[in-house]
Ligand binder design. Sequence first.
Ligand code: SF4
Length: 232
Amino acid sequence: MVGYVNKIESMGLVDGPGIRTVIFMQGCMLRCIFCHNPESWSFKGGTKYTPLELVNKISRFKPYYGEDGGVTFSGGEPLGQPEFLLETCKLLKKENINICLDTSGVGTKYEELLDYIDLIILDIKHITPKGYEMITGAKMDKFQKFLETVQRKNKKLWLRQVIIPGINDTKEYILELKEYISKIKNVEKVELLPYHTMGIGKYKDLNIKYKLDGVPPMDNLKCKELEKILND
Ligand code: SF4
């Protein structure tokens, strides 16, 4: 069995607690309008690893993880390669390594995989089916099913929402988001991420139309203010 990895960040500090090795898996099923990693969309390409090869690579960084750190699977969409991820996570748990899954929650065959995951960082693309489809190009059912499953399994959650000027940067949306999140259990943290335009050049290189052309980056301060409303 093999999996395809877009890139590896050996010492990440933002994708989960502590110092983490972040594995960006190749391939994504969504096409978010704000995505800054369009090079990770295709399931073709990436570097090939067997689960054991990847675990050996990750284990080298184990001395840096301390009490909180570990590995985070991100993407692309890590749930796009569920069998590979399951085998890799089984081996990581034998090494007693903490595992985070940074996901948009679209995928299948994650029932057993989730038993090996210590923390899920879940992207909320939008709280309504209409908004979700506008942002991702996909129906919301898979996300909803994933959320139901992680709730049933009592998994710890960090939630993330990208804030885009003119789309969801209003107090009204944030209050609705707050209400939506209040019904989700085991939420340890909620972060608002300001939309940025740093990925635009990649779209040009890949000859893909950029749907948010002309939309300015989200003001960091305003985003922090909205985050304060959300977390108050
Ligand atoms: S889920 Fe992530 S990688 Fe996939 S399109 Fe959306 S932002 Fe990009």
